[in-house]
Write a protein that binds this ligand. Structure first.
Ligand SMILES: [Zn+2]
Length: 73
């Protein structure tokens, strides 16, 4: 999954994927930020899928996880 991440060190905009987790400018390791954002997006997608299936209890659980990961950074 390609995720846009702004480097917290040099503020460069980056498009990161599993095979490239360094800042394009300062080469800072952004892998931890990538993992947190990945889990946030993954749980948002699961939330949408649960709503489509009208499983609202599961949707609430997935949304709670997505918010948890979104607020970690
Ligand atoms: Zn940087």
């Amino acid at each position: 999954m390609i995720i846009k991440i702004k480097c917290p060190i040099c503020t460069a905009s980056n498009k990161l994927m599993e095979t490239n987790l360094q800042c394009r400018r300062c080469k800072n390791d952004l892998s931890r930020i990538y993992v947190i954002k990945y889990h946030s997006y993954y749980n948002r997608i699961k939330t949408i899928m649960s709503i489509v299936k009208k499983d609202y209890n599961e949707a609430e659980k997935n949304l709670t996880k997505a918010v948890k990961f979104s607020t970690e950074i």
